[in-house]
Each structure stands twice: as C-alpha cells, then as structure tokens.
Design a protein around this ligand. Structure first.
Ligand code: RB5
Length: 150
C-alpha cells in the first residue's frame, strides 16, 4: 500500500511522529511536506496530497493541520477524495468501513500523539464494507458528477 502524507506547520511535529510509526509498520509512504515548522499555508499541502490520492498513485493519504478542519475542506474539493477528520478510533474505522475514506485528517492541536497513532493504526487496519455502504458512497460520487467535479 502506498500512502501520501502531508501537513502544514501546525501539523509538522505530529507528521514526523506518524512517519516514524509508518516506518516501523513497513508502510510505503511519501512525505509531500511541509518539511519544517516554519509558517506555511495548509491549502498548498492539502491540495498536493489530495491530488496524489485522487490520481490513484497513492490509494491512501494522511493530512495534518492544527484542527484538521482546513485540510478537510481543501482535500474534499478534489474529486474522488473522501477525506475524514477523525478525533477518535470509532470514527476512524467507521470512516473506512462506511464512508470508504481514502484520506485521514488529524488535528494536531486537538489530539495528542498517543491518540493520533491509535487513530492511524485503526484507520489503516479497517477495510471498506460493501452493500449499502458502497451504494451510499456511489451517491457521494453522483453529487460530484452533478456539479461537474468528476
Ligand atoms: C494554522 O495556524 C491553522 O490555522 C491550521 O493549521 C489549521 O488548523 C486550519 O484549519
């Protein structure tokens, strides 16, 4: 599994912690930045990671900013991306199983590193469910098509 990861300055430190965890788990990931704690603009990194996921080259992605809200807003503008802001493990596995989320968003100023790693672990080990859940996810794609975003 190839995974794209990115953050702004507020998420930089947590991104480094998550990268260490991913490395330990043998996850093949690429860091799209930011590469320091210097102030930057979250839409720049949200867009590049979301586009990497939407392209199919990176089936999964992780984005981190202060609250996770800005990254979620940006990522969900990119057609084909289903970004889920998760602050608990129930949402993490549900977002994979029910919503087929392909991008996990974390708020570094909201969750501590321990919870964040539990969320990442839960999210990466859950799998999309079919039947009614697949039908509903297809309806999300239909909304994108209606507004010419796919
Ligand atoms: C940066 O100060 C902060 O606004 C950003 O990380 C994020 O929380 C935006 O949604």
């Amino acid at each position: 599994m190839k995974l794209a990861i990115g953050s702004d300055h507020a998420g930089y430190e947590l991104k480094e912690t998550v990268k260490e965890y991913l490395g330990e788990q043998g996850v093949d990931f690429k860091d799209f930045g930011t590469y320091s704690a210097d102030s930057c603009d979250y839409p720049d990194f949200g867009q590049i990671v979301a586009e990497a996921v939407a392209s199919g080259e990176y089936p999964l992605g992780i984005l981190i900013c202060g609250t996770g809200i800005g990254m979620s807003m940006v990522a969900n503008k990119v057609p084909g991306v289903r970004a889920a802001l998760c602050g608990d493990t129930f949402s993490a596995h549900s977002s994979r199983e029910h919503n087929h989320a392909n991008l996990l968003v974390l708020g570094a100023r909201v969750v501590g590193a321990g919870l964040a790693l539990d969320i990442v672990k839960t999210w990466l080990t859950a799998s999309p469910l079919g039947d009614r859940h697949a039908r509903r996810v297809e309806k999300i794609a239909a909304v994108e098509r209606k507004y010419g975003r796919e």
